[in-house]
Design a protein around this ligand. Structure first.
Ligand code: SAH
Ligand code: SF4
Ligand code: F3S
Length: 489
């Protein structure tokens, strides 16, 4: 749990402290003072709407920013319009950017009507100079613009904006220190992500992430374990360890440590029931890691292992540094060592130069591996990446047609493998009341498959044993098996 006493102890009468995290505590308190007055002026509680695009990294960053704004007194709303609207942006594919401009257009009129409204943009898209220029030029009503490296300075940036009354644009080219001991507000009380590293050094030729998230940096294992222990004490039973390439965790630390070793240490934290991680790059997946997963009762039997393409020559062009055969061997090894494992993947269709023959090899790998699910993406040209300058960009209609075929194949092969636990009893972490039928609860198996079963809200956050009686394509219907849990129904 975050230590709010330490925050309250900071004196805000004098100059701001030079060091973190005290400096941010100072600005959080300053902004809270301002927000209290603002609330009086408005004559109603202030609301915030935080909208997160992109990956788990962004989701985690948003949890941190939600806590900062909540401390100031902003109340969360699911409405798209609020007194503080924050978009945490993604730029991995172009359509993510287009979404943001659409939403800004919509907010413009609301801002005219509400003098208390602030609009903030942050995250990966803000690390791109052209996008920031466009916002400065065409969207003058945006109050705050900051990037990925200074998310933790939200309170300080907001304070500057309040004081000056002008828009503040503060985007850093390079990351500085990793700041520990900042508050977080979890979306679910029982589960959360934990950053173990930031940035990426892989430079896959199509990908913008290394440019917008900077070089790879790992957190110290002691800091990670300390955070997880505190989370467990606060009710968390499942953690997702986050990094763009967790398999290279710890290599850049002063005292290097492997990801497998970190997992061993996390497993020792008493009270943690489930450990997940994302994402694994196939080139760095070690035998040591497979052994740790195999021998663990807490590490979930699920691996997200992005394939991107099944053609070795395309993989080389993508700078992925593995071949089709190496990927297939790895999948085989994982399935032999951990028979109940569920493999999921990411695939890009229409990378420059992809021929029908290349594409067939991707289809081939999908059939051979049998992924539970695959996220399929149409290649999107990202300015500044090596692939954007490659010849032979594939025509749109060709890509679309291939994409449809791949989607069908992924669904067919997924349906074959993902029902394999039918008629067994498995542990389910209960997450929420079913959206469509309030008599049912919804939870997940260790391998991430969704299960619906009769139960009550009292079970949320608990792990129960459920018999999987019917498989419906991508989820199970079941019944609770455990005696005490039956009583809780
Ligand atoms: N670090 C992770 C991926 C992060 S991005 C990894 O290496 O696995 C998530 C996914 O977006 C990638 O796996 C890739 O399939 C997709 N992606 C990245 N850049 C893309 C682009 N330019 N066009 C289409 N899809 C892309
Ligand atoms: Fe992008 Fe490759 Fe890094 Fe993943 S590993 S974030 S795809 S550069
Ligand atoms: Fe998008 Fe940034 Fe994640 S570009 S996928 S939000 S690291």
């Amino acid at each position: 749990m975050f230590d709010y006493k330490r925050l309250e102890a900071v004196d805000i009468q004098g100059e701001p402290p030079r060091y973190e995290p005290e400096r941010q505590y100072y600005y959080m308190k300053k902004c809270r003072e301002w927000a209290e007055q603002e609330e009086e002026r408005a004559g109603r509680p202030l609301t915030m709407s935080i909208q997160t695009l992109g990956c788990q990294m962004n989701a985690k960053d948003s949890e941190k920013m939600t806590a900062v704004l909540a401390y100031m007194g902003y109340q969360e709303t699911v409405e798209p319009v609020a007194d503080f609207v924050l978009y945490n942006t993604c730029t991995v594919r172009e359509n993510a950017n287009l979404k943001i401009y659409g939403r800004l257009g919509y907010l413009k009129n609301h801002k005219k009507k509400n003098p208390h409204m602030k609009i903030a943009l942050c995250g990966c898209m803000m690390q791109e100079k052209d996008e920031v220029e466009k916002i400065k030029r065409s969207y003058p009503f945006v109050d705050l613009v900051f990037g990925t490296h200074n998310i933790y300075k939200l309170a300080e940036i907001l304070y500057r904006q309040i004081q000056s009354g002008h828009r503040v644009v503060d985007v850093w080219d390079e990351p500085e220190e990793i700041v520990e001991d900042l508050p977080g507000k979890r979306k679910y009380p029982f589960r959360t992500g934990v950053n173990i590293m930031f940035g990426c050094n892989n430079f896959c030729s199509y990908c913008i992430v290394p440019y917008v998230r900077g070089r790879e940096r790992s957190r110290e294992p002691e800091d990670i374990i300390r955070e997880i222990s505190a989370l467990v004490a606060d009710g968390v039973v499942e953690v997702m360890l986050l990094g763009q390439n967790v398999n290279s965790y710890g290599k850049t630390l002063e005292q290097p440590i492997s990801f497998a070793e970190l997992l061993r240490q996390v497993e020792k934290v008493e009270g943690i029931r489930r450990i997940r991680f994302m994402t694994s790059h196939p080139k760095d997946l070690s035998d040591e890691l497979i052994a740790v997963m195999r021998d663990s009762k807490k590490i979930c039997p699920h691996l997200h292992l992005p394939l991107q393409s099944g053609r070795s020559s395309i993989l080389a062009q993508m700078n992925r540094r593995y071949t089709k055969e190496q990927y297939l061997n790895l999948a085989r090894k994982l399935k032999t060592e951990i028979p109940q494992i569920s493999l999921t993947t990411d695939i890009i269709v229409g990378f420059p130069g992809e021929t029908e023959e290349d594409f067939q090899e991707t289809m081939d790998v999908v059939g051979l591996v049998g992924f539970d699910t695959a996220f399929t993406f149409i290649y999107s040209k990202r300015t500044g990446t090596p692939a954007a300058a490659m010849k032979d960009q594939v025509p749109e209609d060709v890509v679309k047609e291939r994409f449809e075929r791949l989607l069908k194949k992924v669904q067919e092969t997924g349906a074959k493998v993902s029902g394999r636990q039918l008629h067994t009893v498995q542990e389910v972490l209960v997450e929420e009341v079913n959206d469509h039928d309030s008599r049912l609860m919804t939870g997940r198996l260790g391998n991430n498959t969704i299960v619906h079963f009769p139960g009550t809200e009292a079970l949320i956050g608990k792990i129960v044993r459920v018999s999987l009686d019917e498989f419906k394509g991508f989820y199970y219907l079941g019944k609770i098996k455990n005696k005490q849990d039956k009583e809780a129904r």
